[in-house]
Design a protein around this ligand. Structure first.
Ligand SMILES: Nc1ncnc2c1ncn2[C@@H]1O[C@H](COP(=O)(O)OP(=O)(O)OP(=O)(O)O)[C@@H](O)[C@H]1O
Length: 417
């Protein structure tokens, strides 16, 4: 065994706990990185209680993909690994194709994992991918979280996704494959579709004389990931100390909020807004900075479909009516991605925001202690234009409103990176 191979095996081994998962999946595109991961995992882990699986996603976008998936299947069969090709058929022709293909890839992989009781799926992102991501994020003036770049581990749909090769260069993986007489496919889509990545790759070559190579930048990312973890922890403590949840809204003690270090306060505000709004994408840094400055001047503000209301001793963060005005759900369905309403079965009723019109029909709303603007964006049960119930605005009838994930999720999700 070459020294390079021995080093790669030891890096791979170190990325897993003493007891590796009993059933490990590998996402294999057929490119050098994932083919190397497949062979290395086969050589690294063995034993009666361990089983390796591989899957290739065919996005149906390149005719060669069929042959590549078949080739991966043969490679896997040769080393005794069960392989499956997962075919993406659902593109509806809308949205950004690359983004949709990526989402489809992850959901096909996690669905495959769950079907086969695979707890952990490994992806073969390398130090080169990590370094390119760091450079691209630097170009967008990213902070600590952005520079932490590609995470080593995350959960999706109950499956753990790990990237054990983030500290290893593509060159080392190719050297291993070549020395072992193992082949791989070149994926032309990588070259055609990711222009910003290609630019970053070229920039890396230029930066090398400064010591800024893939290995070093990937170390920077892992330093930043540790710093992010620490910041998340202190944001969590601040949330426990200063935040109270009421009817899905977040209330912050203003005096305590003002004494926080700026970065912790910013993270707490950002988390509150993202938790209320849901979805993957956070607001822009400049927009968050503008709200921080409004709060310093004791003003209210709007951010990312939420309102940030200055209420004297408290900051009240809630959904904005305008952002949910058009949202409607049938009974039993989630409304605004977070509310479930339960009550008597009623055929033609639906859930919509209460709005100013509905709120005018809730004489008891002041007794809730909730701001007028916040209540407008709460879920209500409607039949046509008739308001049947507004469970969060003092007109519950026989209805209750339950928050998906519960209030505790606000705190817990701060630590779930
Ligand atoms: N078609 C595929 N089938 C199976 N696994 C794949 C496929 N494409 C990518 N992967 C997995 O993802 C890893 C990273 O691939 P690649 O760099 O092409 O993805 P990316 O789009 O940059 O990453 P991400 O999808 O995380 O944003 C691969 O090494 C492999 O493990």
């Amino acid at each position: 065994m070459s020294q390079n191979e021995a080093e790669l095996l030891s890096v791979l081994r170190a990325q897993f706990p003493a007891q590796p998962p009993r059933r490990l999946g590998i996402a294999v595109s057929g490119g050098s990185d994932s083919i190397a991961l497949l062979h290395l995992a086969k050589r690294c882990f063995s034993g009666e209680d361990f089983q390796l699986f591989a899957a290739t996603v065919d996005h149906g976008l390149r005719p060669e993909a069929v042959a590549e998936a078949e080739w991966v299947a043969r490679v896997a069969a040769d080393i005794g690994v069960a392989h499956e090709t997962l075919i993406w058929k659902d593109w509806d022709g809308t949205g950004n194709l690359q983004d949709q293909a990526r989402r489809a890839r992850y959901s096909l992989l996690t669905e495959w994992a769950r079907r086969n009781q695979i707890e952990t799926v490994a992806l073969a992102h390398t130090a080169d991918d990590q370094a390119e991501t760091v450079l691209m994020r630097l170009g967008r003036a990213a902070g600590v979280s952005g520079l932490a770049a590609i995470p080593k581990r995350r959960m999706q749909d109950g499956v753990v996704l790990v990237r054990p090769l983030l500290g290893v260069t593509r060159a080392a993986l190719r050297e291993f494959l070549t020395a072992a007489g193992l082949g791989w496919c070149d994926d032309p889509s990588n070259e055609n579709t990711r222009y910003d990545r290609i630019k970053a790759r070229k920039a890396l070559a230029t930066l090398q004389p400064l010591g800024l190579d893939a290995q070093v930048l990937s170390e920077v990312a892992s330093n930043m990931a540790r710093a992010r973890e620490a910041l998340d922890w202190y944001t969590f403590l601040a949330a426990r100390d200063l935040a109270v949840i009421d009817a899905g809204d977040v209330m912050l003690d203003l005096r305590g909020f003002r004494t926080l270090p700026d970065e912790i306060a910013r993270r707490l505000l950002l988390h509150a807004v993202c938790w209320i709004r849901g979805g993957e994408y956070p607001p822009r840094r400049a927009a968050v900075a503008a709200v921080m400055s409004a709060l310093r001047q004791e003003k209210s503000a709007q951010l990312h479909g939420c309102l940030i209301l200055n209420r004297g001793r408290r900051v009240w963060i809630c959904r904005e009516f305008k952002a949910v005005e058009a949202a409607h759900a049938r009974l039993g369905e989630l409304w605004d991605g977070r509310w479930v309403l339960s009550g008597p079965v009623s055929a033609d009723a639906e859930i919509r925001a209460l709005g100013p019109g509905g709120l005018a029909r809730c004489p008891e709303w002041r007794n809730t202690g909730r701001p007028y603007a916040a209540l407008q964006a709460t879920p209500a049960v409607w039949r046509g234009d008739d308001l049947i119930a507004a469970p969060l605005a003092g007109m519950p009838g026989s209805w209750t409103a339950r928050l998906k994930g519960g209030e505790e999720d606000f705190y817990a999700s701060l630590l779930s990176h």
